[in-house]
Design a protein around this ligand. Structure first.
Ligand SMILES: Cc1ncc(COP(=O)(O)O)c(C=O)c1O
Length: 205
């Protein structure tokens, strides 16, 4: 349970990769993705979007080169693409076939517009065996500052800060051939509101 989505992705990169490993992302993408790869001491393997959507044949070719991980942006920032169930199923199939762990950044999930159907990555059969999702209320509910204790004025009664991110896995472990490590094996749950630690009641904040 990291403090924010960025930390969640970086910690998952640290879990799945070793320094110098290649990680696939899909530019144009939220620019800190590039920084997160650097922070985890990994190398960029770029598979640009094609026509503002996932280029599945290119992803397949990239996965065949055995990158250590793939960071998916679902929905995709900045093009606003809400990946379809079929596209995500294709990602799961390819990632599973090549043994590439998927880290799905789903911070924009609550902001999918009417008419678009957001598919949580982990609802795709097999996704939990190959990946994790990083979810957070910080974007949709404007809580980004809640994870910045040194700069946030503490409210009376609040213990420390509010965690604003959750890394979740469907439960089963999968292992990348290029990585000695496996995805987390437990499903985590947390309420989003209130102070942290939870013994401090929301009413006091
Ligand atoms: C795709 C994506 N991931 C992560 C973040 C940053 O999230 P956090 O502030 O929780 O680190 C943003 C912020 O705009 C974003 O667009």
């Amino acid at each position: 349970m990291p403090t924010d989505a960025s930390a969640g992705v970086v910690e998952m990169l640290r879990l799945f990769t070793n320094p110098g490993d290649r990680v696939v992302i899909n530019p144009p993408v939220y620019s800190p993705f590039f920084d997160w790869l650097q922070e985890a001491r990994t190398e960029l393997q770029s598979v640009p979007l094609g026509d503002r959507q996932l280029d599945l044949p290119a992803l397949d070719r990239a996965f065949a080169t055995k990158p250590a991980a793939y960071v998916l942006c679902n929905p995709h920032n900045p093009v606003g693409r809400v990946h379809t169930y079929e596209e995500l199923a294709a990602v799961v199939e390819r990632a599973t076939r090549h043994g590439v762990p998927v880290i799905s950044d789903e911070i924009h999930a609550p902001l999918a517009l009417p008419g678009a159907t957001y598919t949580p990555f982990l609802t795709v059969p097999g996704a939990g065996q190959i990946g994790v999702s990083v979810v957070s209320p910080s974007k949709a509910f404007n809580l980004a500052a809640s994870s910045a204790p040194p700069s946030s004025p503490r409210r009376r009664g609040c213990g420390t800060w509010w965690p604003s991110c959750l890394v979740t896995s469907a439960g089963a472990a999968g292992t990348s051939p290029s990585s000695p490590r496996s995805p987390p094996t437990t499903r985590a749950t947390i309420g989003w509101t209130g102070c942290w630690p939870p013994s401090t009641t929301a009413a006091r904040c």
